[in-house]
Design a protein around this ligand. Structure first.
Ligand code: SAM
Length: 421
């Protein structure tokens, strides 16, 4: 039997281990699976035990802190490591908390995420599904947007213990961002720093915090940042990120949403016509449209597209993008989807891509009334997706796809295709 101590194993908390107290109880646990949130689950003595940094198949000795219906445990040692376990590549893995699944092999991460989606849709949505496909791309250097706090004047991540720490290599940072980030020093009074990059490889910075703005901008400039803004100050729509995707040229203002993993976004755009089955008679709603990526990409196949988006920046970008790509059959509705339900009148197909909270209840009511032929529901939160599927009672699930939009973390993108019953 293989045994490794906490200090030998790179996958366990060491100095970050929460302080032991009287309520801690040592247990030998066999990890069944990893659940949404990235923790391993073990059942023992009729109770559920959740174990961060464990892998399915591990047998561990863990200190467990009792909660009402379950306990949270810290691994003390691995008695028998799972065959899917691997050494995390990042030296900050134990302190960072940005990635949750670096200690499992890539094939295992995919299996874990497939199970998350299927299990969540069954438990919350009440229907048993089999994923049609799970699409994954590169695992490293995929994020075109990173958010930092600052520490000693440099960009820093907030660790598991909620303290900032300075990192060297980050294996999910886009390499352009990482190169520039490593040069940044001497920032003052910056509460939050967001770095974004685009297809031209320029790096944009968004700074929050008001102190010494001009000096901070100069520092960023010298570090290689192309353009920096503060959302606290007026922005004159001066500079945009630029992306080419799905045959479109898109501009994205630094404050607008854009998917963080362009490789996976492109796979989604490629598959969208297959999901939506667009037809020249169709009126398509793209609700929560952002800068219009999905709606614009299907506009050539249909009669009309209506984008609904609440952010002023994103909806302005969408208008810009429609003109830039010489598209004539798209209308933009600026505002909340739940306050623009008239836009749904006559809709035959609907694309939904809400934030993590899922759909507003009035949007569900409207969809059940309007009864479009097909809904393509894109979601970054399987729990709210499953809840909404259940509430969309006039529709049945045709197919569900998983997308590894956020490799190494527990987060996953799901697309459910619903058909009117
Ligand atoms: C997950 S993003 C998707 C954006 C776009 N579909 C894309 O892939 O780039 C969600 C978008 O919904 C917008 N949003 C959030 N709540 C909204 C609401 N209640 N009504 C309309 N738009 C909303 C956000 O501003 C954001 O652009």
């Amino acid at each position: 039997m293989a045994t490794s101590s906490i200090h030998e194993c790179p996958c366990l908390w060491n100095k970050e281990t929460p302080p032991q107290d009287k309520k801690m109880d040592e247990k030998k646990l066999k990890i069944e699976k990893v659940v949404y949130g990235g923790m391993g689950l073990a059942r023992f003595e009729g109770k559920v035990h959740l174990v961060p940094f464990s892998a399915p198949g591990d047998t561990v000795l863990a200190d467990c802190r009792e909660k009402k219906d379950y306990s949270i445990c810290t691994i003390k040692s691995i008695i028998e490591p799972s065959p899917v376990r691997k050494k995390p590549i990042c030296p900050h893995y134990m302190v960072c908390g940005g990635c949750h699944l670096q200690h499992v092999k890539q094939e295992a991460e995919i299996e874990i995420k497939k199970e998350f989606i299927q299990e969540t849709i069954e438990r919350i949505g009440g229907i048993k599904i089999q994923l049609k496909e799970f699409i994954s791309g590169k695992f490293h250097y995929y994020r075109n947007k990173l958010e930092y706090s600052t520490f000693r004047g440099k960009p820093a991540f907030h660790g598991i213990d909620n303290r900032p720490f300075l990192m060297n290599e980050c294996f999910i940072d886009d390499k352009n961002i990482m190169k520039v980030r490593k040069n940044i020093q001497g920032l003052r009074g910056v509460r939050k720093l967001i770095l974004r990059t685009d297809d031209t490889k320029r790096v944009f910075a968004i700074l929050k915090g008001n102190f010494n703005q001009r000096k901070n901008r100069r520092i960023l400039n010298e570090a290689g940042v192309y353009y920096s803004i503060s959302p606290d100050k007026k922005w004159n729509r001066e500079e945009f990120l630029e992306f080419r995707t799905g045959g479109l040229n898109l501009v994205v203002s630094p404050l607008s949403f854009f998917q963080v993993n362009k490789e996976i976004l492109e796979r989604m755009i490629d598959l969208l016509p297959e999901f939506l089955l667009p037809d020249k008679k169709d009126i398509v709603i793209d609700a929560y449209s952002g800068v219009g990526t999905f709606g614009l990409s299907v506009s050539r196949y249909v009669k009309e597209v209506r984008l609904i988006e609440e952010s002023k920046f994103s909806s302005d970008d969408a208008i810009h993008n429609i003109r830039r790509n010489y598209i004539e059959n798209i209308k933009v509705f600026r505002g909340k989807v739940e306050e623009n339900l008239d836009a749904f009148n006559g809709a035959t197909k609907v694309i939904l891509d809400p934030p993590r909270e899922g759909l507003h209840k009035n949007v569900i009511v409207a969809l059940n009334e309007i009864r479009p032929e097909r809904i393509v529901y894109i979601s970054c939160n399987p729990s709210t997706l499953a809840r909404d599927i259940k509430l969309l009672e006039d529709f049945k699930v045709d197919e569900v796809y998983g997308f590894n939009m956020f490799p190494l973390s527990y987060h996953v993108e799901t697309i459910a295709i619903l058909e009117r019953e």
